[in-house]
Design a protein. Structure first.
Length: 67
């Protein structure tokens, strides 16, 4: 349910907003990896979640460019 709402929210955004969202997600992933390397990360499953969100954002960007 949460994933579908996230994807529907992405589909309503413009290409510029999607690119901003993608940059923010990549920055978050970098920070999570950095925290994991320094043993400061408590919730390691967050890395997997952010990676999947990045893929979802890229999928919506591709859908919009092909449409």
């Amino acid at each position: 349910m949460k994933i579908n709402a996230f994807v529907e929210d992405l589909r309503t955004k413009s290409a510029a907003e999607l690119n901003e969202e993608l940059v923010a997600a990549k920055k978050e992933l970098f920070n999570l990896r950095f925290q994991n390397a320094t043993n400061q990360l408590d919730n390691t499953s967050r890395i997997k979640e952010v990676r999947k969100n990045i893929a979802r954002i890229q999928t919506v960007i591709t859908e919009k460019s092909n449409a």
